[in-house]
Design a protein around this ligand. Structure first.
Ligand code: OXD
Ligand code: MN
Length: 593
């Protein structure tokens, strides 16, 4: 047997996969600069990547995926648990034996004429008690280079693993990028992920959604911790004290923007700062002091490019100025840089659109960048990256914030009455669809805790796990749980809240509630602020007190209809629905009478 590492379980598994896919060459990724440089050069020589203007964008590259391979594929993502019930009603399920057979048939001999790259990676700082290790086998240099940004890669990881068998197996085969044979399969009971026929980020960077959410959520259930689809940010007060918030939002709700928020002028002048610990995923465990602590298991940002600009998110933009891989954006041929819709108002006239076709910058029916085009940027590039980003102990969480896009229903912010009610608030999360996604606009999509496509087991068990975690926490130390809605609209269809940096005003109220510094009004769905307690300094003209009051209103009629929708959704879970949540729904109905 070949000895890739000193770990017998790793060597055995790799050997087995080599015999299956039959690569011509095998390369162990050691994480060194020299190796990364050589791989970049090789990818450029084959056209897999394009080297961008190294003066303006040092160490930056452009990659184009196949046109049929531009997003995560939820319909082809499976939880391959021993029974359908273990996967639950919100996941696609496949019997593990059948799935392995089908996937191995697809993967067999698929590396012939290709190189197998073995990527040892750590999710979380190497050696932290929060962190977990994975090996991804891939035949794509693009995947290797992205994984080197998004995770901690290299020999230090192999050393940290020692002879443990606690690591996640990941096999990625590009095959022929055949949509009909594209599968993203998670085997939570086997710590295994197999992804075939895709070359797009979310499907193939196996550390991210597949491991850090689907497999890790299952591991957390079994081991007493949590993997959540949550950003982590720190709010620094003028006193220098920093408090941390974890927040979950469905796609298209501005998660990366919130994670890197720039405080409004009035707050900056007082000395407020916001620090980003993570923009997508949190791994959460109880600390010795009884509080919950979170780490960001990732090492970079895989952000949506369109709409990112100097105004919406200068920190994200700054993060992409070096060492970044752009995927499916437009190429400006005049200066060999990149462009996307919403970057600025000057699309390049001499350009190539994301597919590589010539483009004159005029938006007729052509777009420069694909709407789901991405940047993969190192976290360390971000000007507001938290000093705690690498802290192996994580950061203590004061508040969990859930949110969604609701034109009329949810108030700007409300607080749950207690932990269990907070779990209910997370479980009823929903967002109205936007024009950015295909399908009808304004349709409510239920997305509990923003985990709908990412929970690796039965969502009913997942809710019970949240409830059980709460039982282990002293209520004084447990994070308080809130819901926000930046997207409330007036009767003319205009957004009522300015959003972006001004969201700090709401976060301030949230933290004041956590610190017992501010009162609230009790309403049928929880506690809402007194309008005067949301600081409007600097936006008095834009947001009147009356408008703020309107944003905090709870319309009983709308909530009654909502409660019917929740009951319908909950019914899918049968006896897996925790009694606590059924009781919370009954309380809501009672409160709405
Ligand atoms: C993401 C997502 O790409 O949630 O982070 O879809
Ligand atoms: Mn996400």
């Amino acid at each position: 047997m070949q000895k890739f590492t000193n770990n017998a379980s790793v060597n055995e598994w790799i050997e087995d996969k080599i015999n299956l896919v039959k690569p011509d060459n095998i390369v162990l990724i050691d994480g060194s600069k020299e190796q990364i440089e050589a791989l970049r050069a090789e990818a450029c020589s084959t056209g897999e990547m394009i080297k961008l203007n190294q003066d303006l964008l040092p160490d930056c590259y452009l990659h184009r995926t196949a046109v049929n391979d531009v997003a995560r594929v939820e319909g082809r993502t499976f939880i391959c648990a021993p029974t359908k019930e273990l996967a639950g009603p919100t996941n696609n399920w496949m019997d593990p034996d059948e799935a392995y057979k089908m996937l191995y048939d697809i993967a067999r001999d698929s590396y012939k004429g290709r190189t197998m790259y073995i990527i040892p990676y750590s999710m979380g700082p190497v050696g932290s008690r929060f962190s977990k290790i994975g090996f991804e086998l891939t035949d794509s240099i693009y995947v290797v280079l992205n994984m080197c940004i998004m995770t901690r890669v290299g020999l230090k990881v192999i050393e940290a693993l020692g002879d443990s068998n606690d690591w996640v197996r990941g096999l990625h085969c590009k095959c022929a990028i055949d949509e009909e044979k594209r599968y993203i399969c998670q085997f939570p009971q086997d710590n295994t992920i197999i992804s075939v026929n895709s070359g797009y980020g979310g499907n193939v960077l196996l550390g991210k959604k597949c491991f850090a959410l689907r497999i890790a959520s299952y591991q957390g259930w079994k081991e007493g911790w949590q993997a959540e689809h949550m950003l982590i940010l720190g709010v620094e007060k003028p006193t220098g004290e920093v408090e941390y918030i974890c927040a979950a939002f469905p796609s298209a709700c501005g998660k990366t923007n919130l994670a890197m928020l720039i405080p409004p002028k009035a707050y900056q002048e007082k000395g407020y700062k916001v620090w980003c610990v993570g923009d997508d995923i949190s791994w959460i465990r109880k600390g010795e002091d009884g509080r919950l602590y979170a780490i960001n298991p990732e090492n970079g940002f895989f952000g949506v490019a369109p709409g990112t600009n100097e105004k919406s998110n200068p920190n994200a933009l700054a993060a992409t100025r070096k060492g970044t891989i752009f995927t499916n954006v437009a190429l400006n041929l005049d200066n060999n840089t990149v462009w996307w819709e919403g970057l600025d108002k000057n699309p390049p006239a001499n350009a190539m659109e994301w597919t590589g076709k010539p483009w004159n910058g005029q938006t007729s029916d052509q777009k420069g960048a694909h709407p789901n085009s991405r940047f993969t940027a190192p976290a360390e590039n971000c000007p507001c990256i938290s000093s705690e980003f690498e802290n192996p102990q994580g950061v203590p969480i004061s508040a969990f914030v859930f949110g969604g896009r609701r034109a009329k229903l949810a108030p700007l912010v409300y607080q749950s009455r207690d932990w269990n009610h907070g779990v209910f608030v997370g479980s009823i999360m929903a967002s109205e669809t936007t024009a950015a996604a295909s399908g009808a606009v304004g349709v409510v999509r239920r997305d509990p805790m923003a985990m709908l496509p990412f929970c690796g087991y039965n969502m009913g068990d997942y809710w019970q796990h949240w409830i059980d975690i709460g039982k282990t926490l002293d209520p004084d130390k447990a994070p308080k749980i809130f819901n926000v809605n930046w997207f409330r609209k007036d009767d003319d269809g205009n957004f009522m809240w300015p959003g972006f940096g001004d969201n700090l005003r709401v976060l301030e109220w949230i933290l004041d509630r956590c610190d017992g510094k501010v009162d609230a009004d009790e309403v049928p769905i929880g506690y809402v602020p007194k309008a005067e307690d949301i600081n409007r300094e600097g936006i008095e003209d834009e947001v009147s007190l009356d408008s703020l009051k309107a944003m905090l209103e709870v319309d009983k009629g709308l909530w009654k209809t909502e409660a019917e929708g929740i009951a319908e959704f909950y019914a899918k879970f049968g006896d897996k629905l925790p009694k606590v949540l059924a009781d919370e729904l009954a309380t809501l109905n009672e409160n709405l009478k």
